[in-house]
Design a protein around this ligand. Structure first.
Ligand SMILES: [Ca+2]
Ligand SMILES: [Ca+2]
Ligand SMILES: [Ca+2]
Ligand SMILES: [Ca+2]
Length: 254
């Protein structure tokens, strides 16, 4: 009896620890995401730490004539990576980009867009910047988390796959902690790190898609959380039960 409890307990511990959340600090350093960016070059880095429960978009790549897709502009417009992870209380995100918070006049930095339910409707915006054409004149709360009624599109129609760009009209519902910092490890090219933590109470779901771009829409990144379906959690749960029952039978026989 003691042994079956031990084995069932060990299995549960393994299951729980494999899903344990990272401890994220909003400091403009991605070592807490399992990334050592000190030796990262301008392009072609691997931004996937290979950790279960960290959802990764990466496209750290510049093509001919500065193509970053769908537009041009090189490293200065490169959206290199977006990482998401969840704990019981927060959705954490990290973005690496060559685009600064104050924009590259006349192009402004976009808001981070959230699609709750991953159903194609963009519900919320996190405002990272109030810079418009180089002046911080946009009448919004920086760090504001807004329920969005309408979005502004990126400037170039042919870059519409980068949409949405930023909130046009919305209601402020909370102020969120975030950082948008210059890469602390190198000065040879443009790279900025954004980190934010959004309370799950505000989102109301852990099924979330995140999009980020800039006004011209030259480049964008998009990533969604991919949680196990309730069915597969049930499956794992019943697997543990079956295992424990088998153990009990075995030790009863012994
Ligand atoms: Ca950090
Ligand atoms: Ca790059
Ligand atoms: Ca890119
Ligand atoms: Ca939605």
């Amino acid at each position: 009896m003691k042994r079956e409890i031990f084995w069932a307990g060990l299995l549960l511990l393994l299951l729980v620890s494999s899903a344990r959340a990272l401890s994220i600090t909003l400091d403009g350093d991605l070592s807490d995401w399992g990334l050592d960016t000190r030796s990262f070059e301008e392009n072609d880095n691997n931004w996937d730490p290979g950790i279960a429960g960290v959802y990764v978009f990466q496209e750290d790549w510049v093509g001919d004539d500065g193509f970053v897709g769908p537009g041009y502009g090189g490293q200065n417009y490169d959206v290199e990576a977006i990482l998401l992870t969840l704990d019981e209380d927060y959705l954490y995100l990290a973005i690496s980009t060559g685009f600064p918070r104050e924009g590259r006049n006349p192009w402004d930095a976009g808001d981070i867009a959230f699609d709750v339910g991953s159903d194609g409707v963009w519900d919320y915006a996190l405002v990272l910047s109030n810079y418009v054409d180089g002046d911080n004149s946009r009448p919004v709360t920086v760090g504001g988390f807004y329920e969005v009624r309408s979005w502004a599109d990126v400037y170039f129609e042919e870059h519409r796959e980068s949409n949405p760009f930023r909130m046009e009209e919305g209601t402020l519902i909370a102020t969120i902690d975030f950082v948008y910092e210059d890469d602390p490890y190198q000065d040879d090219f443009a790279r900025y790190f954004i980190e934010a933590a959004i309370p799950l109470d505000l989102l109301g779901s852990t099924k979330i898609t995140v999009n980020w771009t800039m006004e011209c829409g030259n480049d964008y990144g998009r990533v969604r959380t991919q949680l196990p379906e309730p069915a597969s959690i049930l499956l794992v749960g019943s697997g543990v039960l079956v295992f424990a029952t088998l153990l009990r039978k075995k030790y009863k026989r012994d």
